[in-house]
Design a protein around this ligand. Structure first.
Ligand SMILES: C[S@@+](CC[C@H](N)C(=O)[O-])C[C@H]1O[C@@H](n2cnc3c(N)ncnc32)[C@H](O)[C@@H]1O
Length: 220
């Protein structure tokens, strides 16, 4: 399983500048609410992994509000890795490691990322299949230390329904490009968390009709 090439252009809109930096208007827009969410629910210290860091616009802000978390950005795409490097160079944060390539839907990646206190993921579940999503939740759980937390943010169905016109258009454009992908249902996510020993602490409604699942690894 690798980077999907058949996504609609709306799946990830980015602006390029000459130095490798990418800027996503959506990432800029949701950075404030996302930062507040992490400030409230993430632990204060330990290892923190961001999956699918994208441009790198989020992690530089998160590392400021959680200065004692040791942040590891990652993405599957080398072009995104170059962008994350550029953003991180500007912010010059001592608590952010150099970004690494990580395919989060590959079985077994958690063995290289054990004892994480926090795993953060924004806007990936709708871009992968249910089988890949199952692997991803299982690997997140395996990578977390007992009592470690994860926040998974993105667009989801509620009670199997697409709840806005924008969500209907976006979901249908995704499944037209690739019938295996598209919005996952909230109850499906909840059932997977339970199977993988992730306690669901809270589901937080976020701007633009997104949801954030806040989970904690059981077994302290
Ligand atoms: C819509 S963007 C979201 C980026 C960022 N989290 C944000 O919200 O701005 C989706 C990101 O997921 C990455 N991605 C896609 N498939 C992946 C996979 N299997 N493992 C890790 N990252 C993946 C893409 O390269 C892209 O950076």
């Amino acid at each position: 399983m690798s980077l999907r090439s058949k996504l609609p252009s709306t799946a990830s809109v980015v602006v390029q500048s000459g130095d490798g930096r990418l800027s996503a208007p959506a990432a800029e827009k949701n950075a404030g609410p996302i930062t507040k969410l992490v400030e409230e629910f993430a632990p204060d210290k330990g290892l923190a992994l961001e999956i699918a860091s994208g441009t790198g616009q989020h992690i530089v802000k998160l590392a400021v509000v959680k200065p004692n978390l040791n942040w590891q950005p990652s993405d599957i795409d080398p072009i995104r890795i170059a962008s994350i490097e550029t953003w991180c160079k500007d912010y010059n944060l001592a608590n952010v490691r150099p970004p690494i390539i990580l395919n989060a839907t590959e079985i077994g990646w958690s063995s290289k990322f054990t004892s994480q206190k926090f795993i953060f993921l924004v806007n990936l579940f709708h871009l992968i299949s249910e089988d890949e999503a199952t692997i991803l939740i299982s690997e997140i759980s395996a990578a977390l230390a007992p009592g470690g937390r994860s926040i998974i943010y993105g667009p989801f169905k509620r009670n199997n329904k697409l709840t806005s016109a924008g969500d209907q258009t976006f979901h249908h454009s995704l499944i037209e490009a690739d019938p295996q992908i598209g919005y996952k249902n909230d109850a499906w996510m909840t059932a997977k968390f339970k199977e993988e020993k992730l306690g669901l602490l809270k589901v937080v409604p976020m701007p633009a009709n997104n949801l954030a699942f806040v989970c904690e690894k059981l077994g302290m």
